[in-house]
Design a protein around this ligand. Sequence first.
Ligand code: C5P
Length: 220
Amino acid sequence: MKRLNIAIDGPAGAGKSTVAKLVAQRLGYIYIDTGAMYRAVAWQAINNKIELDSTAIANLARQLELKLAYINGKTEVAVNGQDITEAIRTPEVSRVVAKVSQVPELREIMLKLQRDMAKQGGVVMDGRDIGTHVLPNAEIKIFLTASISERAKRRWQELTAKGYSIDLTELEAEIACRDREDCEREIAPLIAAADAVTVDTTSLSIEATVEKILELCEEK
Ligand code: C5P
């Protein structure tokens, strides 16, 4: 069977990475988490106490040596040789990443890296602008969404399991704010591609969502 490219976009907490990993596993494809790439830059900015303005972020992005590997169900991320796999998932990084990811030069650098990773086909790539900008010719485009309360609940469970003590209402407000920033930015905003299939996972199980995407692949 032809090796397809599958683009999965959607707001925070819609289940993109969980579903994308499983689809990739079932098809023997490579999973690419583009959010991890933007998170790595945000982490580096925080770590180096860099102002979150366009010039500083663009400079940082130009010097960044980013390594992404999907190993044993986890996207391992290293920046300039340092493993930051866990560090990029903190609430602190989540709070600034949408601002960082608005910088045009950074998006340009990421776009090239992401297209390069997908050029052989057989990738499942998740993010915000994959179907619209990064892989506009992807054979399958999914826009994965869920209600804001369901998405906040999932993120809260994830963070609580990691030992964070977070207020659910505050978390919901933060997620809504990040979604707004992602939707309203000038370059490559979060929006469903015209040819994307929208899947609402509010009351759909992970397995059912995966099956639905695999069915779409079989039709191709
Ligand atoms: O997917 P995740 O929630 O880890 O993404 C973190 C942030 O990275 C998003 O809120 C968004 O600001 C940015 N992002 C992006 N474009 C992508 C993937 C992520 O702007 N393709």
